[in-house]
Write a protein that binds this ligand. Structure first.
Ligand SMILES: Cc1cc2nc3c(=O)[nH]c(=O)nc-3n(C[C@H](O)[C@H](O)[C@H](O)COP(=O)(O)OP(=O)(O)OC[C@H]3O[C@@H](n4cnc5c(N)ncnc54)[C@H](O)[C@@H]3O)c2cc1C
Length: 429
C-alpha cells in the first residue's frame, strides 16, 4: 500500500523549535525555514549578526526537506544558455558562485557533523544517443573556460558500472557532485544555527509586515518581531505574503516516490551514484541507505501528487528499469518549486531594503547555500554582493499567482514540443 507521505520524515527524529510568543527584537528577521532561511541564519550567526527565523510550519517541511537530495553543479539551465543570454564574463562569475554554494554544502556537513548520508559523485545520463557527445562537449567547455576540469565522460559500454538501464547512452560523471538526505541536512543546519545563537521558531508564520521608524514590525499568530532587516526565504510562497515581491515566480508542484527496499540483485541495476538525465523533465534517482530507489520526474499544478501522477512516475520508472516495473511503491510525495522564466535565481534587495532570495528552479541545494552566503555578505556591508544577479532581468508573469497555473501547463506543453522538435539537440529550453 502506497502512503502519500514524505519518506524522509521516517528517517529523522525531529526536535521541535518553539513558537514565537510576545514581542521580540532582532537585527535580521528571516522568513522561511527551508534551506535558504536556515543557511542564512547559520551564516549570520557565524558572522556575529543576531537573527530570528520565522517558519510557518516546521523546519524543512517544504521543498528543502522533501527534495531529491542531489547536489548538482551550476544552475538549472545549461551553461551555454546562460552564456548566450548574459555573456561569457557574467556566466563565469555565476558558475563560480554556484560552485562555491556546492562546496559550502559539503563543508557544512563536515564542519557541523551533520549525519545526512552524504556521498560524493553524481552522473548525468544521456537519454538519446546524440546527447552523449553533447555531454562530452560540455565537459571540455567547462574544463577549458570555467576551470572545472573534473568531469569524466562515461562511454555507453562503461555505463553499467554506474547505472544499468537500457534507456541510457553514456553519461558524464561529476566527482564534485553528490547526494544527501535533505531533511536530515536542513535540520542539522537548523540545530547548528541555533547552537550558535540564532533564534528559530516553528509554526510562526509572518502574517503582516510594516515599516515603522526605520525598522520592520512583523506580526505572527502569537507574537511580533521588530527587525532592522528582513530576508524573504519563502520560496514559492513569497507571493502569498506580499504579491509585489514575486511577480516573476511560477509555483509548480513536483513529485517523487520511494520504492520498498530493493533486493541486492534489484539494487545492483540502480548503482550508487546520484543520477539525473537529459530528458526534458529530468528523471532523477538515487538509492537510499536502506536500499530504496528514490525516483522523481513529474510536475503539476498541485503540491501533492494525485494517483495519476503516481501512475506517470511509475511508468517512467518502468521504462528506465524494466525489472522494477511492478515494484511496490511505499511512499509518494511532492512539494512546490519556484520557477522563473529564465530558470535563474531572483536574488535582490528591494528599494525599501528587504532581501529577497527565490527562484531556485528545482536546483536549490547548491544555489540556496550560495544565496544565503551572498545575503550574509550583503548584510555585512558588501554593497556589491548581489551585483552578478542584478544583471539578470526577470520577466514578470501575467495574472495573479493562482491564475498563473494554466501557464504551468502551457509551459509544460511548450517544453515537450520544443524537446520533440529539437530531436537530438539538448538545448531545447
Ligand atoms: C520534489 C522536489 C525535488 C527536488 N529535488 C532537488 C534536487 O535533487 N536537487 C536540488 O538541488 N534541488 C532540488 N529541488 C529544489 C530544492 O528543494 C529547492 O530549490 C530548495 O529546497 C528551496 O529552498 P527554500 O528554503 O528556498 O524553500 P522551501 O524549502 O520551500 O522553504 C520555504 C519555507 O518558507 C516557509 N514559509 C512560507 N510562507 C511563510 C510565512 N508567511 N512565514 C514564515 N514562513 C513561511 C514555508 O513553510 C517553507 O518552509 C527539489 C524540489 C522538490 C519540491
Amino acid at each position: 500500500m502506497t502512503a502519500y507521505f514524505n519518506y524522509y520524515e521516517t528517517t529523522v527524529e525531529r526536535r521541535a523549535f518553539t513558537q514565537l510568543e510576545g514581542h521580540h527584537s532582532t537585527d535580521v528577521c528571516i522568513i522561511g525555514g527551508g534551506l535558504t532561511g536556515v543557511s542564512s541564519a547559520l551564516g549570520l550567526a557565524e558572522a556575529g549578526i543576531a537573527s530570528t527565523l520565522l517558519e510557518a510550519r516546521c523546519i524543512g517541511g517544504c521543498a528543502s526537506g522533501m527534495n531529491g537530495g542531489q547536489v548538482i553543479r551550476g544552475f538549472a539551465p545549461r551553461i551555454q544558455e546562460i552564456e548566450a543570454a548574459y555573456g561569457m564574463d557574467l556566466s563565469i562569475q555565476l558558475f563560480k558562485l554556484a560552485d562555491r554554494g556546492l562546496t559550502r554544502v559539503f563543508d557544512n556537513v563536515e564542519r557541523f557533523g551533520i549525519a545526512c548520508d552524504m556521498r560524493r559523485g553524481g552522473l548525468t545520463a544521456a537519454i538519446r544517443p546524440a546527447h552523449f557527445p553533447a555531454l562530452m562537449r560540455d565537459a571540455e567547455h567547462l574544463a577549458a573556460l570555467y576551470d572545472y576540469p573534473c568531469l569524466r565522460p562515461v562511454a555507453p559500454a562503461q555505463l553499467a558500472d554506474y547505472v544499468d538501464s537500457p534507456r541510457y547512452h553514456g553519461g558524464l560523471y561529476d566527482p564534485r557532485g553528490g547526494q544527501l538526505n535533505p531533511l536530515a541536512y536542513v535540520l542539522g543546519l537548523a540545530h547548528a544555527a541555533s547552537r550558535l545563537g540564532a533564534q528559530l521558531h516553528e509554526y510562526s508564520p509572518a502574517l503582516h509586515l510594516q515599516q515603522r521608524d526605520g525598522r520592520w514590525l512583523i506580526k505572527t499568530r502569537k507574537g511580533s518581531l521588530s527587525a532592522e532587516r528582513v530576508i524573504f526565504a519563502s520560496n514559492a510562497f513569497t507571493a502569498d505574503i506580499e504579491r509585489a515581491l514575486a511577480p516573476a515566480i511560477l509555483k509548480v508542484g513536483t513529485y517523487q516516490l520511494a520504492t520498498r527496499p530493493l533486493s541486492a540483485q534489484e539494487a545492483a541495476a540502480v548503482g550508487t551514484a546520484a543520477v539525473f538525465d537529459t530528458h526534458p523533465f529530468n528523471h532523477y534517482f538515487r538509492k537510499t541507505p536502506d536500499q530504496r530507489l528514490l525516483f522523481g520526474c513529474s510536475i503539476g499544478t498541485r503540491q501533492g501528487p494525485r494517483p495519476g501522477d503516481l501512475r506517470h512516475i511509475r511508468r517512467e520508472l518502468g521504462k528506465l528499469f524494466p525489472s522494477l516495473a511492478g515494484v511496490e511503491i511505499d511512499y509518494v510525495w511532492g512539494g512546490w518549486m519556484d520557477i522563473t522564466a529564465n530558470h535563474l535565481p531572483d536574488i535582490r534587495e528591494t528599494r525599501d531594503g528587504r532581501i529577497v532570495l527565490q527562484g531556485f528552479n528545482g536546483h536549490g541545494l547548491n544555489t540556496t547555500a550560495m544565496a544565503a552566503d551572498l545575503a550574509v555578505a550583503k548584510l555585512q556591508g558588501q554593497a556589491q554582493a548581489f551585483a552578478p544577479f542584478a544583471a539578470i532581468r526577470h520577466r514578470a508573469l501575467p495574472g495573479l499567482p493562482w491564475s498563473r497555473l494554466p501557464l504551468t501547463w502551457a509551459g509544460h506543453i511548450q517544453y515537450y514540443l520544443n524537446a520533440h522538435l529539437a530531436g537530438d539537440r539538448m538545448d531545447f529550453a
